[in-house]
Structure formats: C-alpha cells, structure tokens
Write a protein that binds this ligand. Sequence first.
Ligand code: ASP
Ligand code: CP
Length: 307
Amino acid sequence: MRHLLSVADLGPDGIEEVLRLTDNFVEVSARAIPRVPALRGKTVVSLFYEDSTRTRLSFETAAKRLNADTMNFSVSSSSVNKGESVRDTVTTIAAMGVDAIVVRHSSAGVPWQVARWTDAAVLNAGDGWHEHPTQALLDCYTIRERRGSLAGLRVAIVGDVKHSRVARSNVLAFSLLGADVTLVAPPTLLPPSLAGWPVAVSHDLDDVLPKADVVYLLRMQRERQTEALLPSLREYTALYGLTRDRAKLLGDDTIVMHPGPMNRGVEIAAEVADLPGAVITRQVANGVAVRMAVLFLILGSGGDLGG
Ligand code: ASP
Ligand code: CP
C-alpha cells in the first residue's frame, strides 16, 4: 500500500489486513513501554488545515510508538497566513525529507492532489465531506472487538449524513465487511442523491433502534451547514437524538458509537454517552493502534515490528 486516501482503495481484503495487524499494536500499546522500533529513521508530518483533537493526536502518538520522528504543522502559526499555497507548503515540507504526510483539509480531494505533488506517502485524515478512512478502520475494529465480526450486523448511522465524511467512509467499510447499513436522518440532512450507496433509509429512529446491533451517531456539523436545514436543534433532538428515553429501546448488546467530538444534548444525551453500551472512548483508544497499523503497512519494511 503506497497511500491511504479512501476506503475503496483498501477493499475488504485490505481492511481485514489492517484489522489483523491492529491486534499486534493493541498488544504493543498495552505494554509498560508501548514502543517498537519499526519506523526508526522515518519522519511523519501532520498537515492539518482543519481542527482536530483525536485524529491528529492519535496519528502523532502512533508514529511515536513506532519510533518515527514527527513534525507538526499548524495553520495558525504557519506561512499559510502569509498567503502560501497548499502546493508550495507541501513542496517545502517535502524538501525537508519526510516519509509520510497526514493531511486534513476542508476541501474534498486535497489528499489526492498532495499525493501528486510529493513522493511521500499520503494519509487522508479527512477531506471535506468526502472521506475519513482511518475513522472507518478504527470503527470497524471497535465493532469487531465487541461483536467478533460485522457480517450480518444491522448498523444504523444517524444524523447529519449530508456533511459527514465519516458516514461516507463508514458506509463503504461496514458494507464491504458484510453489515446491513440503514441511514436515519431528516431528508434535509441526507445527500441529494444516494445512488450507489449500499444502504436503506429511514426517517423513523424509534422504529430502527430496537432492531439495531450498532447505533452510530453523527455530530450535527453546523460549521459545514451553509443554509438552515432544520427548524431548530430542539426539534432535531426530539426526532433524531438518542435521548435517555429513546436509549431504553436499545437491545442489551447494542453498541452506541460516535466519532467525536460530541454535542452532548443534541445528537446524544449527556448520560447516554456514558452508558456501558457506549464505546466512544474505546474508539479513541483503538484509533492509536489502527493508525500504527496503517503507518506500519505503508512505511514499514518487510513486516518486522522490530521487537
Ligand atoms: N471528527 C470527525 C471529522 O473530522 C467527525 C466530526 O467532526 O463530526 O469528520
Ligand atoms: N473523529 C475525529 O476525526 O475527531 P477529530 O476531528 O477530533 O480529529
């Protein structure tokens, strides 16, 4: 694997390979000194044009646990503020000698452009509304950890699908691994066309919840909404929020997931996010191991973890 730009590049076999390898890095992460020298001498740079807590920190942690050097680029303190283009920024960073660039940008497609401008490996950490492949991988891993397999599981993805790169990557990954995906959202928060999406659609959360093995809530991405798509947030929560009352409809084994950051009280009630069925912090923990696996697959040589 040269880059990780899209879930589609991986296919079911590629996803399985990452998940299998992740088991090793979960084990490494549990050690007293959670480090292996697998990527000694490699340099990984984070090029984030959009805010992030989880993805950025977990890629950095993953690189460090593999003994790679890390470079951190922050738009707010960079020469982007002097008008430097993305292309010139990438060329400048690449000239310092980097092996991998982890990129997040508000425009769809930027990671593909970056891959054309540099010889370094490129990892998509979220491009616009388009894709967030490592989120999908860590979500698949987390579901597998709880349920053994995704095959035949009924997964409901609830909320602002329209603006969600997580939804696009997850629909693809979940269905490639054999899950049945239902999108649950008001019509205004669904993409204008779902042609080619391997999903069912419902506008009735109360009907979907009792049958779901996994309920995956999406953040209301207000920073991406350019028009009024909802009468009010309160009305949204009443119809599509996982409220405390609605959580009573969930089966005993149902897993509740959220990519973070959460708007507690909007798409998920504050206390529901902390119920035993909620695996939201587990998703974050697995994110480090999954990103170790991805970095190792792309930059490692010959499958040796180095101890
Ligand atoms: N953190 C995820 C993303 O960057 C989900 C979200 O922001 O709602 O796409
Ligand atoms: N889930 C996710 O991508 O979180 P961040 O935006 O905090 O990286």
